[in-house]
Design a protein around this ligand. Sequence first.
Ligand code: FES
Length: 362
Amino acid sequence: MHHFHQLKATKVSRETNDCVHIAFEIPENLKHEFSFKQGQYLNVRFVFGEDDLRRSYSIINAPSEENPELEILVKHLDQGKVSTYLNRELKVGDSVEVMAPSGHFYTHYHISNQKTYIGLAAGSGISPVLSNIKEALYQEPQSSAYLFFSNKSFTDIIFKKEIDDLVEKFEGRLKVIFLLSREKHFEDELFEGRISAEKLDLLFQRFTDIPVQDSTYFICGPSEMIKGISDYLKKEKKVPSLQIMYEYYAAPDEEGNAEMSDEFKAIPNLESMVTLIIDDDEYSFHLNSKKKSILDQALAEKLPVPFACKGGVCCTCKAQVMEGEVFMEKNFALTDDEVERGFVLTCQCHPTTNVVMLNYDV
Ligand code: FES
């Protein structure tokens, strides 16, 4: 269930100066395991010397598209070993360790719906937003979509050609508004700068046909953008929370070190017996509640636990509490409903009872 598979890269092409577009071939025997929903992501794994590095990259495709391959976009980060390898070294024909798709940045579509979807994306945050917008347009012939997409400059616009093609294909149903944050390219300053609550307010005033309160939103970009826009939509525009979906690709900086939070200081200092169920096997170890996270201790014990970001963002380390209680430091991935049902991010969890059992197989 949490295994990595060797997938062959069938396309490695430069999308912009700092982004590479990669497609993986899915062998016939893995087609079922790699079926996916719009907005989901792939975890990839690289072992460089002692480092076992995992990263999550959103799938660009929509399930309704006729494409037998799975595609991702990887932005190069200066200090990023994995993104540097994928941008500079990977070649067509190379194999990469990839885990089956996961994530829940999506909504359910139905052929009879007549809705408006609004994508708000910055830079490489476009991948899961585009996947959702495409699926909505394919599955709901009476629905329409707007995409507000900001990039640094005109030449940095990711998937420009694909987006232009989609506008043509779904004539009248997809409107795209590009914004440029570091270049004066448009005559109207409204389209300069980043997407922010203030900017969105002005854009909504300009595009008065958008049913702001009744639309469904997909937001992906820097954390401050996500927080600012989602707060604005909820508080100022009274958009119900269920209509606002967002995907972080990094933990918000301002959250700081949650281990220093008053909540963390208040948890009891105790020794716990932690049992993990992973792929039908049970593993147990002792852990002090104030020390490592459950995931970190499991990794120290060399257990086959799934993980990627270790920052409470990607959801790969999700498990359900079967016995006992835990304290979760951060959560940017689980829905309120999942938390109520006892799901936790084990990279963020510390035991708060003497016995804890978590199940990764649910
Ligand atoms: S490893 Fe990403 S949320 Fe825990």
